[in-house]
Design a protein around this ligand. Structure first.
Ligand SMILES: NC(=O)c1ccc[n+]([C@@H]2O[C@H](COP(=O)([O-])OP(=O)(O)OC[C@H]3O[C@@H](n4cnc5c(N)ncnc54)[C@H](O)[C@@H]3O)[C@@H](O)[C@H]2O)c1
Length: 331
């Protein structure tokens, strides 16, 4: 069989937002790709140092901000591939739009400009399915209109649009990944759509009833974090210079189905309380979002490998082991 060269092997890579939920999984997978050096760049606003293995000699941590051009410029010297995952999340964008503008839009501009300046071979930009807003048709392919109605989605649309301009003007290779609802180990509970999973699991672990907002028929596309991280690797390796890609499973799961599955997998003896959405709850703007994964499969060779049930089982086990470690630590 022909030996296909792994372009990541021996390369120097930069993971901006690498201490975060998805970014730290990207770092783990880059180690397996035999890269030469991984610079993890993060301002610690949401990321945690313990999310990456700093004992690994390949990983170098730089605490810095995407708004700090000089520091970012310095770390980008000699970098081959950049993975840009740093962003303010949905609720922060809602409450602090100016900071969101500075981090998500200006910060992304800084990354694009410095990628050009430093001759980066390819940028993998974390966009979001939020660009689509609520479904006009389902599953949503990459041509689905931008039906977004919140500022977070607006910042991702701006990021994609700037990336297009940089590709056209400077030939900067960019792949933007529109993740569906990513879940898995290391996720925080305040993530807007997928935060329900760690929140429900915690309540099930302590035997507390859970609340469903709305009637539970709202449906999303849940993708396991290792799969979302692997999409970044596929995007870097693929012989594609530019494009926007859905990162989802194409499988629709309602919140009620999710809860039933979690109860079955954990054997939790808890009740479900149905509550109306709060007036300002952004989640009611998007009640149907399932992504068509075909383009990512055809162009990037990316396909999810964990079903929701398999991913949830892995997450439940991880939480059990983590609790054991914490108990041992406090002994
Ligand atoms: N988790 C999801 O379901 C999901 C869905 C769609 C899109 N995304 C996008 O994927 C990316 C990663 O998401 P995540 O869930 O891992 O989020 P996260 O908050 O866990 O990770 C983001 C990381 O960026 C860092 N960061 C934030 N602002 C920064 C700044 N100004 N300078 C440097 N570092 C900064 C944070 O400390 C954090 O470690 C984000 O761009 C997010 O918008 C996530």
């Amino acid at each position: 069989m022909e030996n296909i060269k792994n372009i990541l092997s021996g390369s120097r890579v930069l993971v901006i937002g690498g201490l975060g939920f998805i970014g730290s999984h990207v770092v783990e997978q880059l180690i397996l790709e035999d890269v030469k050096e991984i610079i993890v760049y993060d301002n610690l606003s949401r990321g945690k140092i313990e999310n990456v293995d700093l004992d690994n000699k390949k990983i170098k941590l730089v605490i810095g901000d995407v708004r700090d051009i000089d520091v970012l410029d310095n770390v980008m010297k000699g970098i081959d591939y950049v993975f840009h995952l740093a962003a303010m999340w949905l609720l922060h964008c809602k409450d602090y739009p100016r900071t969101a503008f500075e981090v998500n839009i200006e910060g992304t501009f800084n990354v694009l400009e410095l990628c050009v300046k430093n001759g980066v071979k390819k940028l993998i930009f974390s966009s979001s399915a939020s660009v689509y807003g609520d479904a006009i048709y389902s599953p949503m392919d990459e041509n689905h209109p931008f039906n977004n109605r919140n500022f977070y989605g607006a910042t991702k649309i701006a990021g994609e649009s700037m990336a297009t301009a940089f590709y056209e003007r400077y030939g900067l290779k960019v792949i933007a990944l529109r993740y569906a609802n990513v879940y898995g180990p290391k996720q925080k509970e305040d993530a807007v759509y997928t935060g329900v999973i760690p929140t429900f699991l915690r309540k099930m672990e302590i035997g507390e009833d859970i609340e469903i907002h709305g009637d539970g028929s709202q449906a999303y596309d849940f993708i396991y974090v290792e799969d979302a991280a692997r999409a970044n690797i596929c995007a870097a390796k693929a012989d594609v210079n530019f494009g926007f890609y859905n990162v989802g499973t194409g499988i629709k799961t309602t919140i009620k189905e999710l809860v039933d599955m979690l109860i079955r997998l954990t054997n939790a003896k808890i009740g479900i309380i149905y509550k109306p959405y709060d007036k300002n709850d952004l989640r009611q703007l998007v009640k149907d979002r399932v992504l068509d994964p075909t383009k990512a499969y055809n162009d990037l060779g990316f396909k999810y490998s964990y079903t929701l049930e398999e991913g949830l089982k892995k997450l439940i086990n991880w939480r059990k082991n983590k609790n054991l470690i914490n108990i041992n630590k406090s002994d």
